[in-house]
Design a protein around this ligand. Structure first.
Ligand code: K7E
Ligand code: CUA
Length: 676
């Protein structure tokens, strides 16, 4: 690997020289120079004869600068070669998750999560996806939109383990679980006591809990209360969803919430190593502004920005988990165990600390010792020390807020403040003691050094402009106990002039930044993200994942991740009738759906199982039934089920939607619905 790299740099130098020469209108470098570079151990594909000369011509014809050439060489992944990292990016208000390869920035997949998606057959008839989506319904209202913000990969000892991915829906306070064996959503849970969550999802270092902080306060229990009763009735929540690795599911009965003041909790992060067992959230409306500009009140944006400080929320999650198990310490509200505020204070579960106003991200350093709070309206980040916090708690060095919650002394908890630039939002880390923070207003990424307990050690090192309005950043494993460095993706809110115009609605721009340390930080790729606003993303080393190529057995239930009771093998295909209920057992294989004729009557209720009996990699069959809104994707080995009421008679064609073989167009059948 080293040799290929050093060779690359030789080629690079040559290309630089060539670009410079051609820029001066002089003769290009002769080809012999480049072909003189020896090939790496038997790998004759590294430098093909004559390539550098041709490459030089291309580079100069396309007007590439040396930086462009370098960026191209760093990001190009040849056909058949694989990327080094997976990036799991929120799809924002598309309600889904995008999977991207790094460094190529090729989109590998969109995972349907909160929003129906026709290709994957998610939300179009299949019982499996309906079960998942319906669990996210809100009080009988079918919710089929979502606003995903923060993906969280499951962790073992504070490091990504590649097993599961969690993501929140900010709009309806829901959390989804994605199984990374098949990259499919398996569960959606709805917090019964709030309607918006932002500070989620964040996992504890061994994924015992998936943390979820609320955002816009609503009456506890999510009932009606007039805004005039804001201070008395409106509340926030921190919910710790219990995750069971074995079943790959969140267990609501073993989860609990902590009641919070109506301060509009924002981003959170879980502690790690020394701070394992604790969690931290920012807030942005300690003023408890209630808006209502139409009644002559200050608008929210002004009302919520009057105080110089808001409150960091500090939770002892381990202690809270003990309290949640103790008799009589929780209240059951809408089926969720809730630790009320006074209990949380009494038990030493919940503290506040002042933080500069309207902060955004709080990001725990890889050693777990410091919490970096970004200012948003302040050019500084504030570094809180975990040990200092613990000392302040021990010393009872606090005042109280309006609800009697201890507010730790600012100076006693803060190590220092570092001026970074305008609009700091989010921070990530590398493995060399550096931090990276997004500067929204500056449209820049800033690299700075961490100084531990020494305020003088915190120094701004470097800035690189990005295009434009940078929100979150995702460095390779950059929020774990062992960040990789190497790459960072800037998730920019605006693209403006970066891509061909596509009308007034523009894609967002995910930019890949080289932070390998071999020189200055450089933007090396622009990836238009053609779905809703991505917020956060996480980047994991590709070899930590081990996804299935096909399902483990033919006849697989993808919801249970176990053999299906409806598995249908060749020869077992049949149509059964029981009164008005018809059940179809079908197989799919290249290039045949069996049975080909399905005859039913208007008014029947139809349950239809299809097993893809293929065991070949990539031999997926799709299934669509026009006129009945049915779309399925049946991966090799999968058994899926859909149901519908035959409300219309007529003759319908169903067919395979994946061009699976030369006779794919013949892979069809008829559904005859006889009139009553
Ligand atoms: Cu900054 Cu929802 Cu994390 Cu958007 S949030 S950027
Ligand atoms: Cu199966 Cu086309």
């Amino acid at each position: 690997m080293k040799r290929i790299l050093s060779m690359l740099s030789v080629v690079l130098l040559l290309l630089f020289a060539a670009a410079m020469l051609s820029a001066c209108g002089e003769e290009r470098q002769p080809a012999e120079e480049a072909t003189a570079v020896p090939a790496a151990d038997g790998d004759e594909t590294v430098v093909a004869s004559g390539l550098p000369d041709e490459a030089m011509t291309i580079a100069s014809d396309r007007g590439f600068s040396p930086d462009d050439i370098r960026a191209a060489l760093m990001t190009y992944v040849p056909s058949g070669k694989l990327d080094e990292y997976y990036l799991f990016s929120s799809g924002g208000h598309s309600g889904n998750v995008l999977v991207v390869g790094v460094p190529s920035m090729r989109i590998l997949k969109q995972i349907a999560v909160f929003t129906p998606e026709s290709w994957q057959g998610y939300g179009f008839g299949s019982v499996e996806s309906k079960t998942i989506l319906d669990a996210g319904n809100v009080d009988g209202v079918e919710i089929r939109m979502g606003d995903t913000h923060h993906p969280a990969l499951s962790e073992t000892e504070g490091d990504y383990d590649g097993d599961f991915l969690f993501i929140n829906d900010k709009a309806s306070a829901r959390v989804a679980v994605i199984d990374l064996r098949d990259f499919e959503t398996k569960q959606i849970v709805k917090d019964p006591n709030i309607i918006s969550n932002h500070g989620s999802t964040f996992v504890t270092p061994n994924t015992e809990y998936v943390l979820q902080g609320s955002q816009y306060a609503t009456p506890l229990g999510w009932d009606y209360a007039p805004i005039s009763e804001y201070k008395e009735k409106y509340r926030g929540l921190m919910t710790a969803w219990k995750f069971d690795r074995e079943s790959g599911r969140i267990i609501p009965e073993e989860s609990f919430s902590i009641e919070l003041p109506p301060y509009w909790q924002d981003l959170c992060d879980a502690g790690k190593l020394v701070s394992d067992g604790w969690a931290f959230c920012n807030s942005l409306n300690s003023e408890m502004a209630t808006g209502g500009v139409e009644q002559g009140n200050p608008p929210f944006e002004a009302g919520a920005s009057q105080n110089d400080t808001d409150y960091m929320h500090i939770f002892n999650i381990d202690k809270a988990a003990e309290v949640a198990e103790a008799a009589g310490k929780t209240e059951m509200i809408n089926g969720m165990r809730v630790i009320r505020m006074d209990t949380a204070v009494e038990e030493g579960i919940f503290f506040l600390a002042p933080e500069p106003k309207s902060p955004h991200g709080v990001d725990v350093t890889p050693d777990g010792k410091y919490m970096v709070v970004a200012g948003k309206l302040d050019p500084h980040v504030t570094i809180f020390g975990f040990e200092k916090m613990m000392q302040a708690i021990e010393d009872k060095n606090w005042t109280e807020d309006a609800y009697g919650i201890p507010v730790l002394d600012f100076d006693a908890t803060v190590v220092t403040q570092v001026e970074l630039g305008l609009g700091p939002l989010h921070t990530q880390y590398d493995g060399d003691g550096n931090a990276y923070t997004s500067l929204f207003l500056d449209s820049a990424l800033v690299k700075w050094s961490l100084g531990g307990d020494d305020p003088a050690g915190y120094k701004v090192l470097e800035k690189v402009p990005v295009q434009y309005n940078l929100g979150h950043i995702a460095a390779a494993e950059g929020d774990t106990v062992s960040p990789d460095g190497n790459y960072l993706v800037a998730l920019n809110k605006w693209a403006v002039d970066r891509f061909l115009p596509v009308g007034p609605l523009l894609p967002q721009n995910e930019q890949l930044v080289d932070i390998s340390g071999a020189g200055p930080m450089r933007v090396i790729y622009d990836m238009p993200m053609g779905v809703g606003e991505p917020h956060y993303a996480q980047m994991i080393k590709a070899d930590k994942l081990d996804p299935w190529l096909v399902y483990p057995e033919v006849g697989w239930d993808t919801l249970a991740q176990a053999p299906s009771e409806f598995a249908t093998l060749p020869g077992e295909e049949k149509i059964e009738r029981d009164g008005k209920n018809v059940t179809v057992f079908m197989t799919a294989v290249r290039s045949h759906l069996t049975p080909e004729h399905v005859e039913i009557e208007k008014g029947d209720h139809v349950t239809w199982h299809i097993t893809n009996i293929e065991t070949a990699h990539d031999a997926t069959h799709g299934f669509q039934l026009g006129g009945y809104n049915i779309s399925l994707s049946i991966e090799p080995g999968e058994t899926t089920t859909f149901e519908f009421d035959a409300v219309n008679d007529g003759t319908f064609a169903f067919y395979c939607t994946e061009f699976c073989s030369a006779l794919h167009l013949e892979m069809m059948g008829y559904l005859f619905v006889k009139p009553e």
